[in-house]
Design a protein around this ligand. Structure first.
Ligand SMILES: Cc1cc2nc3c(=O)[nH]c(=O)nc-3n(C[C@H](O)[C@H](O)[C@H](O)COP(=O)(O)OP(=O)(O)OC[C@H]3O[C@@H](n4cnc5c(N)ncnc54)[C@H](O)[C@@H]3O)c2cc1C
Length: 426
């Protein structure tokens, strides 16, 4: 292995930035990570659905999506809500999204996502073994259940497509679903069918990322917290420095040989002044985490409630439910009561007596969504500026692998998977 002395500045300390930093350090780089928060994984990588979901990786964009989204527009509690705004960036994103809704684009996107997600799950497993990180992970698979026959029939083409890329889902009836997850017994009479993938996993992204950041620090990575990145300074066709503004109001600049943008939905704002258009918008989602009071009634297998587009993951003595998508929210950080109540009501209905439903920890986060749900990973058109952003609905699933891939590309190694360059066709 050739040791590199590259000084790399990683912008963003979510799962994607921290994994990138870990692997860059492992490949011999000097690495500094910058984040505006006081620690790692305090934004989107804080309280997500917890699923390592290689086998349910279909993007939102598919031939049936435009009609479905139009129907949902009138419902405040719709699983996916589109709020149109007078913002050309939102409309540009929507046009690109529509272009991804063809059969051909869906196939290409599924191929890319499954390739990256499979590699990433293996990378996460290897890291877990190597570093013995405890993050309440479970290797019990993901079970998706249906309470509406029409909805179940509508997902069949997606399952067929996934099968072509090697993802086999076991089809079950209600009794089969309950055999895998006994906590579903009380609603068995409403389940019309299910499918199950044993290879998928779940775990707490915040615990994992915070622990990986600590290991990275011990391995020599510098972390600079409480610093907002305000500008990337270009000189002679390269990035010379990142300008920072501290919480204390002080300005500073950080120089390096290479820069990695892992700022999720904040990435486009930093890239725009450099003439780089990254089609990423913030897709707001919610989660609620409840204390488990009756362990036998709370699911252990990670679940997808397809009728409500919600996911459930068990983290030790906590149960998390996550979901809902809002595009174009005026108040990206605010908690909406209707959405929070939807999560609580549905959880209590499915798993009566499992948790103390009066003690929810509600959270909202912004999925950094590209129109295709394929992230942007690789070199930008500025020679020493690299991207690892736009992981959308699947950043916990794709984060670890994207870090290894980015580190390989940046240090000139042959990448382990065939993943197209970021700005190739988008
Ligand atoms: C409700 C919900 C449920 C989800 N469920 C799942 C799931 O079950 N499985 C799955 O795989 N994925 C899931 N996701 C998606 C996943 O959480 C994200 O894709 C992933 O966390 C993105 O990681 P990231 O590192 O790119 O972004 P982040 O974790 O947001 O990291 C970006 C970092 O950049 C920092 N930053 C931003 N701007 C600046 C700036 N100007 N200066 C300095 N720092 C800055 C932020 O503080 C942040 O720490 C879910 C997302 C949501 C919202």
């Amino acid at each position: 292995m050739t040791e590199s002395k590259l000084r790399v500045i990683v912008l963003g300390a979510g799962i994607v930035g921290v994994a990138s930093a870990w692997f860059l350090r492992a490949r011999g780089c000097e690495v500094t990570v910058v984040d505006r928060q006081a620690g790692a994984a305090r934004e989107t990588s804080f309280a997500n659905g917890g699923q390592i979901s290689v086998c349910y990786a279909e993007p939102w964009a598919n031939p049936a999506a435009p009609l479905k989204i139009a129907r949902w527009m009138a419902r405040a509690d719709a699983p996916l809500l589109f709020r149109p705004r007078l913002d050309w960036r939102q409309w540009d994103w929507c046009l690109r999204f529509l272009r991804e809704c063809t059969d051909a684009r869906l196939r290409a996107n599924v191929r890319d996502i499954v390739t990256l997600a499979s590699y990433s799950r293996a990378t996460l497993q290897a890291l877990r073994t190597e570093l013995a990180i405890d993050y309440d992970h479970l290797e019990r698979g993901i079970l998706r259940f249906f309470t509406d026959r029409a909805v179940m029939e509508a997902v069949a083409p997606g399952a067929a497509l996934m099968r072509e890329f090697g993802v086999e889902r076991r089809v079950l009836d209600a009794a089969g679903a309950v055999a895998i997850e006994p906590a579903l017994a009380s609603i068995a009479h409403r389940i019309v069918g299910a499918d199950y993938t044993a290879a998928d996993e779940s775990g707490d992204v915040h615990r994992f990322t915070a622990a990986l950041a600590e290991r990275a620090r011990a391995a020599g990575v510098d972390f600079v917290f409480d610093q907002e990145v305000t500008r990337l300074v270009a000189r002679d066709g390269r990035i010379a420095a990142a300008e920072l503004l501290g919480r204390d109001g002080r300005h500073s600049a950080l120089g390096g040989d290479a820069f990695v943008v892992a700022l999720a939905s904040q990435s486009p704002a930093l890239l725009r002044p450099l003439g780089i258009h990254a089609p990423i918008i913030a897709a707001k989602g919610y989660s609620a985490t409840f204390p488990v009071v009756d362990a036998a009634r709370a699911p252990q297998v990670s679940l997808i409630d397809d009728a409500h587009k919600l996911v459930f993951s068990r983290f030790g003595d906590r149960l998390r439910v996550a979901g809902t998508v809002e595009l174009g929210s005026e108040q990206p950080r605010a908690l909406d009561d209707v959405r929070c109540e939807t999560l609580r009501r549905r959880s209590a209905e499915l798993f009566a007596g499992a948790c103390d439903w009066s003690q929810p920890a509600f959270w909202t986060g912004l999925r950094p969504a590209t129109p295709s749900n394929v992230p942007l990973i690789g070199r930008s058109r500025v020679a020493n500026l690299w991207l690892n952003c736009g992981h959308g609905t699947l950043g916990w699933t794709t984060g670890a692998g994207s870090g290894a891939l980015l580190a390989d590309l940046l240090t000139g190694r042959a990448p382990a998977i065939d993943f197209r360059p970021p700005m190739g066709r988008r």
